[in-house]
Each structure stands twice: as structure tokens, then as C-alpha cells.
Design a protein around this ligand. Structure first.
Ligand SMILES: [Zn+2]
Ligand SMILES: [Zn+2]
Length: 76
């Protein structure tokens, strides 16, 4: 998979190293953003250890959307 943002802006084919949590775009290191949200309660996936932090990778667009408090449409 290649980076979607590189393709969209430059038409460049850059190998993706991650996938956006919101829109499932492929992302190169230059275009990905990482957040470490706290999980406050278990949701049935994995074990709960109080304030465990998870890792979420976003594209620039979805990162800006979730950072501003807008709900991000999750992939179906
Ligand atoms: Zn890129
Ligand atoms: Zn995205």
C-alpha cells in the first residue's frame, strides 16, 4: 500500500507504514499523526489496567477533525 496523502498531493508513490484509524488511508511517516488516548473503562476488548493508553494513528485530515472534537466516522 502507498501513502494516500502523497498520492493526492504529488501523485507520488510512497510506501505506507501505517493506516489511518479514521479513514483507513495508507500513510507514510511524513503524513501520519499518532495520539495516545487513555482508555477509562474496558469495552470488552483486552484487559483493563486502569488508565491504559492505546495508540491511534491518523492521517492529517482525521487528526485535525478529532483534535477539534468532531466525531470521526469510523470505518465500517
Ligand atoms: Zn505521505
Ligand atoms: Zn484519515
Amino acid at each position: 500500500m502507498n501513502c494516500y496523502d502523497c498520492h493526492a498531493t504529488d501523485g507520488a508513490a510512497v510506501t505506507a507504514v501505517a493506516v489511518c484509524h479514521g479513514c483507513s488511508s495508507g500513510l507514510c511517516p511524513a503524513h501520519l499523526r499518532v495520539t495516545r488516548p487513555e482508555l477509562h473503562r474496558p469495552n470488552g476488548v483486552g484487559a483493563a489496567h486502569g488508565h491504559a493508553r492505546v495508540r491511534r494513528v491518523w492521517c492529517v485530515t482525521c487528526y485535525a477533525a478529532q483534535a477539534s472534537g468532531m466525531p470521526v466516522a469510523s470505518a465500517v
